[in-house]
Write a protein that binds this ligand. Structure first.
Ligand SMILES: Cc1ncc(COP(=O)(O)O)c(C=O)c1O
Length: 378
């Protein structure tokens, strides 16, 4: 009996267990401690971000980022439509109004022409957004320099939402390090994981220091450690235990990127004769991590049948994210398509599928997935 092949399970290096053992020996079982400090330094160094604040989740990092970038109730916040709901939920948590932007068919990330159109229109209507959340999807960097330039032109802050794209590059610069602040997730399915966790990164040390303050209940300084608060805070800090896991994971991140890219290349080569499959394109800049290998089927009915077919063969696959402008939660929100007759993210959702892509996927497991897809197409 075969075991079920998962989409993107955690992949420990082995060293994490030793590092966690040392945390127990030192008794730093708290959302503070030497591993937390070291993890932040190592992450800032690896990404080139400058400064990092490790948090309980990527969602917490986005929420804090919006607070730090000045989002207040009633403000508009632009967000990629093609993403997981956690990119957009923090907009609602701030009492702000989301405005969604479509994807570019060449990158699946935020469409620059659509962003330009909506920014011009919003300026004309006197409701320029406070922040733009540009998501780097499935391990592919969005066109961040172009998005950053547009944001600067219109006086909009940029949040580089790289929850799925740690290790991805635009040119030689890491996703997550463009704009005013960046976000990573270390959720269990991500390219490296701390079981759950996230980070806020940025080049401005005062913003990251403020993030630490807000993430620990915003306790004002006091010579006797008294509990006085003049701002609303949160309990969003990462545990020192999980930071130790993160340190072990960070050491193998480059290997994990290489392995996921290899897995994608093997799917593409082994299935090249099936013309009905279209692979997520490589953007013409930088390096995608291929966090998940994604492709499009010919149509929605074929995509659904493929997911069922793989499931019967004990293989997990998933539809590409349902875009935010099609979610009941965001009904009525403004949406700017890539061009008026081309709703790219709707098509990606209708026909798109994510295949097992974990860096621990063995050659024989990948052969099973490939064989199952071959048998589906007959
Ligand atoms: C695009 C995107 N944004 C945000 C998140 C939220 O991260 P977390 O699960 O760490 O809160 C995730 C994944 O979970 C994601 O895929």
């Amino acid at each position: 009996m075969s075991t079920r092949i998962l989409l993107s399970p955690p992949h420990m290096s082995g060293e994490e267990r030793t590092l966690v053992g040392k945390v127990f020996d030192s008794n730093w079982i708290a959302p503070a401690g030497p591993d937390l400090d070291a993890f932040e330094e190592e992450l800032a160094e690896f990404t080139g971000a400058g400064h990092a604040c490790a948090l309980s989740s990527g969602t917490a990092a986005i929420h804090l980022a919006l607070q730090l970038l000045g989002v207040r109730p009633g403000d508009r916040v632009i967000c990629s439509s093609q993403t997981f709901v956690a990119s957009a939920n923090p907009i609602l948590m701030c009492g702000a109004i989301p405005v969604f932007v479509d994807s570019d068919p060449q990158t699946w990330c935020m469409s620059v022409p659509a962003l330009e159109r909506i920014l011009a229109r919003m300026e004309g209507e006197g409701c320029t957004p406070r922040v733009c959340i540009a998501v780097s999807l499935y391990g592919q960097a969005a066109d961040l320099p172009a998005i950053d330039a547009l944001c600067k032109r219109y006086g909009v802050k940029l949040l580089d939402e790289a929850a799925e794209a740690l290790g991805a590059k635009h040119g030689s610069q890491m996703a997550g390090t463009f704009g005013d602040l960046g976000v990573y997730s270390f959720n269990g399915n991500k390219i490296i994981t701390t079981s759950g966790g996230g980070a806020l990164v940025g080049s401005d040390p005062s913003l990251i220091e403020r993030a630490r303050f807000l993430a620990t209940q915003a306790r004002d300084p006091s010579p006797i450690g008294a509990y006085e608060h003049s701002a609303q805070g949160f309990n969003y800090r990462m545990s020192n235990i999980l930071a130790a896991v993160g340190r072990g994971q960070l050491k193998v991140l480059e290997q994990r990127v290489e392995r996921r890219r290899e897995i994608f290349a093997h799917y593409r080569d082994a299935l090249h004769e099936i013309e009905r499959i279209t692979w997520m394109p490589d953007a013409p800049y930088g390096r995608a991590t291929r966090w998940l290998t994604c492709c499009l089927m010919d149509n929605n009915e074929e995509r659904d049948r493929l997911i069922h077919h793989l499931d019967k063969d004990l293989i997990e696959s998933r539809p590409v994210w349902k875009p935010m402008h099609l979610q009941p939660l965001f009904a009525g929100c403004t949406y700017e398509p890539h061009d008026p007759d081309n709703d790219v993210s709707a098509r990606l959702f209708n026909d798109g599928v994510c295949l097992p892509s974990g860096s621990s996927l063995t050659a024989s497991e990948q052969a099973r997935v490939i064989e199952s897809i071959h048998s589906f197409f007959g």
